[in-house]
Design a protein around this ligand. Structure first.
Ligand SMILES: *Cc1c(COP(=O)(O)O)cnc(C)c1O
Length: 458
């Protein structure tokens, strides 16, 4: 395949430290077989997340120097607000220090105990925030979106029949809002089509339910629409984004993704009543409404990042780099989720290590192997993250997919780094029988994967 070459050159570099196999073996054991507990300096290629790990541009760094750190009414807030309005189109723009706070504020104001919040697939922080408010978080992606072999251009699409059945079953009065995650992170970074967005919007609005986007990777989703959906080839990414958001009533956003910054987020809404309530809470937990937990310079960097992310040369490189890594792995016979999504390649752990049963965390076991063998840090998206005990029966419900996500930071790694990753994983695949299952020795009540400690099962 043709890989688009980097549409940037390097102005600043950061040293990477190589470690020995012996050192990594000790480190992973000390870390309780949890790569979140390993010091970043001991990692060669860090694919833990694409969140907050982007390289900012010279233009963004220059913007930091123009930060106006006034407590109220900073000029950077107005630039940020105007930029968000011009792309997303929503009236009220509420800055937060990251995406999950936008979620928490939104649900604090809209969701009560016993409510139901459908989504194509809830991201882990979204699900946790919905459940924390006593509501039920339902995933309603199309069945094809859960099949790791199914080739479909828009595997993030909402299943409209499932959604309508849910609305009828629980009643619209118990559904304060419906969400759509673009791209669908927990389902493999898969895009949602404009047609599906329009139809989801029509359906929920027919029942008087607002549609809120989880917009973290909106630009990548727009690029897929341009590439794959008839009628959008000659539209700009900005035009596609504006149409897409016109079907919704608001969005939560982690600017740490397609904002191309290291910290920041926002909530954007059209509903004045919600916006007012959220703003009052914001003052309590984040800060004054014109900074919301961020410095003025951060708001400037987000405003500039949101404009840069719409650049098609950037997006072609970005999506192309991720796809290229996927192609190299496929050529080596490594089982991955297909088609490759926007921000990450997902290894299919159930096929990679079929000898490890689901209760022994096959995807986490593979994550451990990637670090130990090659100094690569990936993240488990499987049972450790999602398996849940049924509160009534005590029975453990396992997720359908056991994935290891190789998330690619934006503008950070070169093609040669991607080749190193592919070759290392191909070698691990050759001796996959040696990988051992794991069991938990410590877990927290929420989002346990961040802090859990495990041990190897013999
Ligand atoms: C990252 C992410 C979030 C949460 O954002 P944070 O900035 O990490 O708090 C929510 N939803 C999706 C889809 C994400 O990828």
């Amino acid at each position: 395949m043709e890989f688009p070459s980097e549409p940037f050159k390097i102005k600043v570099v950061e040293r990477l430290q190589k470690t020995s196999r012996e050192e990594r073996d000790r480190l992973i054991r000390e870390a309780g077989y949890n790569v979140f507990r390993i010091p970043a300096e001991k990692i060669y290629i860090d694919l833990l997340t694409d969140s907050g790990t982007s390289a900012m541009s010279d233009n963004q760094w220059a913007g930091l120097m123009l930060g106006d750190e006034s407590y109220a009414g900073s000029r950077n807030f107005f630039h940020f607000e105007e930029t968000v309005r011009s792309i997303f189109g929503f009236q009220y723009v509420i800055p937060t220090h990251q995406g999950r706070v936008a979620e928490n504020l939104l649900f604090s104001v809209t969701v009560k105990k016993g409510d139901v919040v459908p989504n194509n697939i809830h991201f882990d922080t979204t699900r946790a925030n919905v459940e924390y408010h006593g509501a039920l978080a339902l995933d309603q992606v199309i069945d094809k979106g859960l099949d790791p072999h199914e080739i479909h251009p828009f595997k993030g699409n909402m299943d409209l029949d499932k959604l309508e059945r849910t609305i009828k079953e629980y009643g619209p009065e118990r559904i304060p809002l419906v969400m759509l995650t673009i791209t669908n992170n927990s389902g493999g970074g898969q895009p949602v089509s404009m047609e599906n967005i329009r139809k989801t919007s029509e359906l929920v609005h027919r029942y008087g339910i607002p549609l809120i986007f989880d917009a973290c990777r909106f630009a990548e989703n727009c690029y897929f629409i341009k590439e794959r959906e008839p009628g959008y080839q000659n539209k700009s990414i900005l035009e596609i984004a504006r149409e897409l958001f016109s079907y919704g009533d608001g969005c939560t956003m982690s600017a740490k993704k397609d904002g191309l910054v290291n910290i920041g987020g926002f909530l954007a809404l059209n509903n004045r009543d919600w916006a007012e309530k959220v703003t009052n809470l914001l003052i309590l937990v984040e800060g004054f409404p014109t900074y919301g937990g961020l410095a003025g310079r951060d708001l400037e960097a987000i405003a500039r990042g949101l404009k840069e992310v719409l650049d098609e040369d950037y997006l072609a490189f970005r999506i192309g780099q991720v796809r290229y890594l996927g192609e190299m792995l496929k050529d080596a016979g490594v089982p991955i989720l297909e088609p490759v999504g926007g921000h990450a390649v997902y290894l299919n752990a159930r096929e990679f290590v079929p000898h490890i049963p689901q209760e022994q965390f096959p995807a986490q076991a593979l994550t451990v192997a990637l670090y130990r063998e090659a100094g690569i840090r990936a993240v488990e998206i499987g049972s450790l993250m999602f398996a849940q005990k049924d509160p009534e029966t005590g029975e453990v419900r396992y997720p359908k997919l056991e994935l290891v996500r190789l998330a690619i930071p934006r503008r950070v790694y070169t093609t040669q780094h991607m080749i190193y990753v592919a070759e290392s994983i191909a070698k691990i695949y050759q001796k996959r029988d040696e990988i051992k299952g794991l069991r938990i020795v410590y877990e927290a009540p929420y989002l346990r994967h961040f802090t859990a400690k495990l041990e190897e099962v013999d």
